[in-house]
Design a protein around this ligand. Structure first.
Ligand code: ADP
Ligand code: ZN
Ligand code: ZN
Length: 740
């Protein structure tokens, strides 16, 4: 609704937040004649020489700016608040807690079209539907094209058709649809999603719960308003069944459920599990959606039309009309932490949201992070434990393999190779894990020792093969493989270290009859390629699965009987205090892939340090024991979760500028610190140069969360005002998860 300033009417002033990285608000004139305007509505305002989308944070403001200096709003995009009150409060809380400007927080929390000022109305999205001929034909005519048959059957049952997101949900490939289109049996149409109400319906029987599961479900169903639950269950203990039955209880009351999963965990398999159980509208929010699909899903959640919303990190901001429950699966997963721009933790925000909306929040994991575990041990969460594997699966045998002085082939010891051979002969699958992609992590000159280094980072190039090139895994730069050493001209260049591509080579030479599936970021770069690989693995088209930690998360591979971790030793000696926790989580998650169905499994962990306390503890006593030990250690060393941290990061192309700025911030922090925080001197970042920029950091720590936030609240505006603040890129990370 455009506004025409009317000189005769009394003038009102409104305060708005803009999506800029400052804590400031801005005042604008609201000409008379506009009566209905709510806090939380979007408006368009002139800002400098451009027009910006802003959100109203206050009405009837007494501005400090003289009235003749204020400019009028350009347009009101909607007179009513865009978000429900609970989400508005959540964003206010997040802006305060993370010390980010409210406008920035708000804009990141809403779908891109709304950020750009488009109306909060569904726009047409594309559907596949069966043609008249497709509806009339005999499905048996397609029995030679099973995928097309399945696809057509699904399209016939859908009204008005299936969106791309829904097709993915049902695992229907584009090729099948194109095949149907060629035969005039299916077509693509544009259509605006219709509003509609759902009724609870279950489409699959529930499993009979074991005692531990039943106790967990009962406890969750009994929650009255907000309650935090840690569902700590070993892999395969049936956590998902607990979620499903708790969700059923909420859906039966006509309420909606929000499920957050790790980035890598939002696979068709996950979605199918929900879709199979519940015949209610499910929307998935993930990076594969286009803008219109995302907006449409968001609107369906806000209007109450979607019963279940499944999404990754940013879905925590999705408004629900009738919120009933939040589930966070694999709560320890690092993808719940946003690592750039607005750095929030979706798990922590989910808990705040649960309090605001008075709903239970379930955090589920086999390897809860130490922060969550401490909350449970301190009685802030109810601790639900599943210690038995559900169904018939038994626990895997664990073997620590001492590889000192062993002849290794592709990083694999003779004992491991022998076991791989046995399992392959028995027609089982084996899974090998190495957290380094590429062929080799360094290429060096055998004459003079010079290593090929990225010109823009303090880092070596990784060699890739087929096709061969060098790539920097820090800044992404690539270059051809040199034929000669840059320092001495020798052509004798050799690789050191081991990446997944090289292990694949070795495996294919040693076991030529057994196909290898490699799963890492390189092999799954194309959209849909990960799904395709996982599909083929479950169809037993591969015998050997090899991958980075992408392979460790949540996937269910029933035929895997042997899991091996080739090289984890670097984590034993890391400077990051979370390295041990992360290694333990990884080990347990990877180990959880073995022997999930009827087949017993074995986990082999290769190390040059088999006597290391951490490895011994993990293998002999399990994650629970390790975690409690680690918590004790954190307490002794005054580290999170017993202390609270915030990290300021700085970077710029000139080393001097970064140094000077970091030092100024340090001095400011020292001066403002009347709260007993520790202000550590500014230091070089663990990676002092990346992508041509010099990097420094400043760590703040406190025993009391309040003290840290008091300091940050005074420090942040001061930094904004430092004269060189726009020459150095800086960011604030509250509760940082790593120091990189
Ligand atoms: P988690 O999420 O804890 O790793 P899942 O929920 O994936 O475990 O369950 C592992 C397997 O056990 C699945 O195949 C699931 O169907 C099965 N399962 C779970 N609960 C039961 C139960 N109560 N009775 C029989 N099988 C179960
Ligand atoms: Zn050389
Ligand atoms: Zn680089």
């Amino acid at each position: 609704m455009p506004i025409f300033p009317n000189k005769l009417c009394p003038v009102k002033i409104v305060r708005v937040a803009l999506a800029i990285p400052l804590l400031k608000y801005f005042d604008y004139l609201l000409p008379g004649g506009v009566s209905a305007l709510e806090v939380g509505s979007r408006v368009k305002v002139p800002f400098g020489n451009s027009q910006r989308i802003a959100v109203v944070v206050e009405l009837d403001v007494h501005s400090e700016v003289p009235q003749d200096k204020l400019r009028p709003l350009t347009e009101i995009l909607e007179p009513e608040a865009l978000l429900p009150n609970s989400i508005w409060k959540l964003l206010r809380w997040a802006s305060d807690y993370y010390h980010y400007g409210f406008g920035e927080v708000f804009s990141q929390a809403i779908p891109a079209p709304l950020r750009r000022g488009e109306p909060a109305r569904p726009s047409p999205i594309s559907y596949w539907q069966a043609t008249e001929q497709g509806r009339a034909c005999d499905l048996n005519d397609l029995k030679r094209a099973v995928k097309q048959q399945i696809a057509l059957n699904a399209l016939r049952h859908a009204n008005p058709g299936l969106t791309n997101a829904e097709l993915r949900l049902q695992d229907i490939a584009n090729a099948a649809l194109q095949g149907l289109a060629k035969k005039d049996l299916a077509e693509q149409v544009e259509h605006t999603p219709q509003t509609g109400q759902w009724h609870y319906q279950q489409s699959e029987d529930e499993l009979r719960l074991n005692t531990e599961q039943a106790l967990a479900v009962a406890a969750i169903n009994n929650a009255d308003g907000f309650q935090g639950f840690l569902l700590e269950g070993i892999t395969g203990s049936g956590k998902t069944e607990v979620y499903l039955q708790a969700i059923a209880n909420v859906l039966q009351q006509g309420k909606q459920v929000l499920v957050l999963v790790p980035e890598i965990g939002l696979t068709p398999q996950t979605l199918q599990r929900f879709a199979k159980r519940f015949a209610v509208p499910i929307v998935a929010l993930h990076s594969g959606l286009n803008d219109n699909e995302r907006l449409s899903a968001w609107l369906q959640a806000r209007s109450g039309e979607a019963a279940i919303v499944i999404g990754t990190r940013s879905a925590v901001f999705t408004p629900l009309k009738h919120p009933g429950l939040i589930v966070i699966d694999e709560e320890h997963d690092s993808s719940f932490k946003q690592q750039d721009s607005f750095r929030y933790h979706a798990r922590d925000l989910a808990l705040v949201r649960g309090k605001l909306e008075q709903t239970p929040v379930i955090l589920g994991s086999a390897t809860p992070c130490l922060e969550t575990l401490q909350n449970a041990l301190a009685g802030r969460f109810s601790h639900l434990e599943l210690k038995q594997r559900a169904g018939r699966a038994s626990l895997a045998k664990q073997t620590l393999v001492d590889i000192r002085q062993q002849p290794l082939q592709g990083g694999m010891s003779p004992l491991l190779l022998k076991r791989i051979k046995q399992e392959l002969k028995a027609s089982n699958q084996v899974m090998l894990f190495l957290n380094r992609r590429g062929y080799a992590p360094a290429l060096l000159c055998h004459e003079c020792g010079t290593v090929c280094e990225c010109a823009r980072c303090d880092a070596y190039y990784t060699l890739h093969q087929n096709p061969s090139y060098l790539a920097c895994h820090h800044c992404g730069s690539q270059r051809p493989v040199p034929h000669q050493c840059e320092s001495c001209g020798s052509t004798n260049l050799v690789t050191t270290g081991l990446g997944t591509e090289q292990v694949q080579d070795t495996l294919e030479q040693l076991f030529p009859d057994y196909p290898v599936a490699r799963i890492d970021r390189d092999s799954t770069r194309r959209k849909g390629s990960l799904e395709a690989l996982l599909d083929k693995i479950n169809q037993q088209k591969y015998s050997i699965l090899l991958g980075t930690q992408m392979l460790a998360k949540g996937h269910h591979f029933p035929k895997v009987t042997l899991v091996a971790l080739l090289d984890i030793d670097h984590a034993l000696f890391s400077s990051d205090f979370r390295a041990a926790e992360k290694l333990a989580q990884l080990y347990v998650q990877v180990a959880g892939r073995a022997g999930r169905a009827e087949l017993a499994g074995e986990v082999m962990l290769q190390s040059h340090h088999p006597e290391h306390e951490l490895l011994q503890d993990l293998v002999n006593n399990g994650y629970q024991h390790f975690a409690r030990f680690a918590l004790n250690e954190r307490q002794q060393t005054q580290l999170p979760p017993f202390n609270y941290q915030a990290l300021l990061r700085f970077e710029a192309p000139q080393a001097n500028a970064v140094n000077a700025f970091a030092e100024q911030c340090y001095q400011q922090a020292l001066q403002l610190n009347q709260f007993g925080c520790w202000v550590f001197p500014a230091t070089e970042a663990p990676q002092p140069r990346r992508a041509g920029k010099y990097r420094m950091q400043l760590l703040l720590q406190a025993e009391q969360r309040r003290a840290l936030h008091q300091l940050l609240a005074r420090l942040r505006p001061q930094i904004d005002q430092l004269p060189s603040a726009n020459r150095v890129r800086w960011s604030l990370d509250v509760d940082p998860q790593d120091m990189l």
